[in-house]
Design a protein around this ligand. Sequence first.
Ligand SMILES: [Zn+2]
Length: 117
Amino acid sequence: MHEYPITEHIIKIIEKHGKESRASRIESVTLVVGDRSGFIGDSVRMYFDIIAEGTLCEGAELIIKPVKSQFKCPACGTVFYRKPMSFACSDCGADGAPTDTGKEFYIESITVEQEVL
Ligand SMILES: [Zn+2]
């Protein structure tokens, strides 16, 4: 499961951000995961709770925003979502090519609980 190291990495980034903003804990994290990113959101979620133990992320809510791949037709330029088992353009039926939409994998936002000074 190659989501383990990437989840570790994500938590390190969040921890750094949390420390810099003097957070007492992380409330929630929003992660954008494209369906062609190579990572499975559910696996990240599974590892997140395990790795977060004892860090600022412990108990944080992990919100995963899935992004569906988009394809672009080379013949007519239509941008479309592919149907299962097919790459056919929804307009003219030519085979579409993948666009960058669906390759996303990034932290969109982090909500922290501030230390009471
Ligand atoms: Zn087309």
